[in-house]
Structures are given as C-alpha cells and as structure tokens.
Design a protein around this ligand. Structure first.
Ligand code: NAD
Length: 348
C-alpha cells in the first residue's frame, strides 16, 4: 500500500461495517479522493460523473492505489446529474450519498451562469429527490466558502453568510436552502460542508479556472512565472483534501441528531496570504530567494479575505484538521512524477 493511503484511523471508518456509498463527481479532484478512501476502507462505492471537468485517469489512479479488491467494489456510472434517470439509478440501494458533482469554478460561472445553474442547482435538486425516493440514510454535500460573499467578518462563522459575489456562490446558497427543505419536508437527513480552498494530489493545474496551488506548482515546474491576482495580501484558509475526506465520513456516520440538518465550515482555521504561500512553495521547492511572482489585477467574483471558524465542525462532528498546509504541500511535491521535479532554478 502506498505511503499516502487512507488508514482506517484517518477515516474513522470501521472496515467491518460495510455500506454502499454514492460519490457524485467521482472522477473529479475531491470525488476521486473520496472513492479512494472508501475503497481502502473496504466499502462498496458507486461513482457518478459526466467527465466534464473530471478525468478517467483519476479513477484509474484510484483503482491502482486501492489494491486488488477495489475494482470489484467500485461501480462507475457515466451519467449526468441533470438527468433524473441517472440520479435515480445511481441512488439504488445506496446508504450514503456524498454529492460533489458540480461546475466548481467561480470565473466559469460568471462566463456561463446558466451552465452553472443547470448542474449546481437543477442537478442538486435532482439528486436530493433521487436520494429521498431511494431511502438514502444521509445526504452529505459540498457547499463552499463562497456563500460568505461580501460579509467582511472574519473568521467566517456558519450563521453569518453574505451576498453572493458570483453565480457559483448563488448556487451553493440555494443548495443549502433546498437541503434544509428536503430535510424538513421529506425526511432526508442532509449535512452541508462548506469547503475552504481545498488542495492536494490530482487537482487539475490546467486551464483558466485552475486553483492556485496546482497552478503555481505546475508553473514553477515549467519555469514559467507565477501570477498573483491582486497585491498578494489576499488571504485564504487552505485545506488539504484528506481533511475534507475525513469530514465527509464524519458527517455521514455521526449518530448525533443535533449534527444533522446543518452546514459546517471545513478548513484548517489558519490564515495564509498568497505572498506567504508563494514563499512557502519557494522554500519547499528550494527555489532561489530572489524569485518573485507577477502581480495582476484582482479578478471579478474573488473574495479578498477568507478564513474559517471550525468550532462548529469540531463540536458537532468531532472534526479536526489532520494535515496542515505545509505538510500537504510537502506531500504534493514528493508525489510529483520524476519528470515533473524542478530542474532550473531561475525565471526570466
Ligand atoms: P472537480 O471539477 O474536480 O470535480 C467535479 C466533478 O463533477 C468532475 O469530475 C465533473 O466531471 C463532475 N461533474 C460536473 N458536472 C456534472 C454533471 N452535471 N453530472 C455529473 N458529473 C458532473 O471539482 P472539485 O474541486 O473536486 O469540487 C468538488 C465539489 O466541491 C464541487 O461541488 C465544488 O463546488 C466543491 N468545492 C470545491 C472546493 C475546492 O477548493 N476544490 C471548494 C469549495 C467547494
């Protein structure tokens, strides 16, 4: 088993208890980690994905890492959450849904708001309905720190959201409203997880909507300059994907009824500026001190400052971050394929 395996302790999942899990967005960054972790804990997993931003090689990687039995316990359905038949078929016999399929980019949602609405709102409601009709025990879903929008109070606390700054943020707020309604009216137990800047292996570094950490590592690998939008004082609460995986399992399995029907910040509870992130990466990659990023204008829809209170998740779910930003970056850098290791040490 590889060194980055999800141990039962990390997951908090007793392998003796077998459940059937549906992971939507299974070929994506976070979804593929959920699949990997569940297979390693001997669970049965259904994956649903339309491969719009996810990749088959993510799934291949997961099956390879999950050791021999993984293949038999994993059922991949190529389908779309905008299609009710796909949603209903995927939920058959499922105990827990971990809903992660979405169009996940803020700038892309500004460029094409109707597309974001179709997957993130209509698709979300399709999944709620399919889960309720199939008697799913619990529906855990990915919300986002984007719901804090223009609310300047920090650290962000669950009860104080703001006005959304993008169509993407609006869809995530609507998700939370719908989940609450399905809980109260149709008895579907729902828990929402508001992720703050998740990072880790298999995060796509390519394209105009890539997240900052994989994009920067990729640029540095290629000896290309790193671009910071704004003055670099923008803050983020970066959260390694293993923490996210753990929070999903905790949310699915908690027996505390007062934890159900709520939303939780999932982060590390620490604040890092983009300038600090650049300095940490420079150090971890042993790059020269005088290497500097390029600064460009702030992007529309981006929140300037973001940090989370994780008190509610600690108290009700027993969540605690297990992997820090620095540890997570180290792990990502160690995992770079040999040809991806940095060679040249200066940028033009
Ligand atoms: P991702 O793009 O890597 O994964 C999303 C997956 O959903 C992809 O595999 C994609 O092909 C699939 N998908 C998209 N639309 C679909 C549809 N209509 N039907 C079926 N499959 C569809 O993104 P991610 O970073 O893994 O994000 C997963 C979830 O977490 C999303 O809901 C996202 O909004 C949320 N989230 C992520 C972050 C982060 O930092 N990565 C932060 C906050 C919230």
């Amino acid at each position: 088993m590889n060194s980055n395996a999800y141990s039962p302790e990390l997951l908090g999942l007793d392998g003796a208890k077998k459940y059937r899990w549906l992971v939507t967005g299974a070929a994506g960054f976070i979804g593929s980690h959920l699949v990997e972790a569940l297979l390693q804990a001997d669970q049965e997993v259904v994956g649903l994905d339309n491969f719009s931003t996810g990749f088959r090689h993510n799934i291949d990687d997961v099956l390879r890492r999950a050791e021999s039995g993984g293949k038999k316990r994993f059922h991949l359905r190529e389908g779309d959450i905008r299609d009710r038949t796909d949603c209903a078929g995927s939920c058959e016999g499922v105990d827990f849904v971990l809903h992660h399929a979405a169009q996940g980019s803020v700038p892309q949602s500004i460029a094409d708001p109707l597309k974001a609405h179709d997957s993130n709102t209509t698709g979300f409601v399709n999944m709620l309905q399919a889960a309720a009709e199939n008697g799913v025990r619990r529906f855990v879903y990915a919300s986002s720190s984007a719901v804090y929008g223009d609310n300047p109070s920090l650290p962000a606390r669950e009860e104080r959201t703001g006005r959304p700054l993008s169509p993407y943020a609006a869809t995530k707020i609507v998700n939370e409203i719908y989940a609450d309604v399905w809980g109260r009216l149709y008895g579907l137990e729902c828990i929402g997880l508001r992720y703050f800047n998740v990072f880790g292996p298999r995060q796509d570094p390519n394209g105009p909507y890539a997240a900052v950490i994989p994009r920067w590592i990729d640029a540095l690998k290629r000896n290309e300059p790193v671009t910071i939008y704004g003055d670099g004082q923008t803050t983020r609460d970066f959260c390694h994907v293993k923490n996210v995986v753990r929070s999903n399992v905790l949310a699915a399995l908690t027996e505390r009824q007062d934890a159900v029907g709520k939303v939780y910040n999932i982060a590390c509870g620490t604040v890092t500026t983009l300038n600090e992130l650049f300095a940490i990466l420079k150090g971890e990659l042993a790059l020269p001190e005088n290497l500097t990023p390029l600064y460009e204008d702030f992007r529309k829809g981006d929140i300037k400052h973001s940090s989370a209170s994780i008190d509610q998740a600690r108290e009700l779910l027993g969540y605690a971050p297990l992997v820090s930003l620095r540890e997570g970056l180290k792990e990502m850098i160690q995992e770079l394929p040999a040809e991806g290791k940095l060679s040249v040490r200066t940028l033009p």
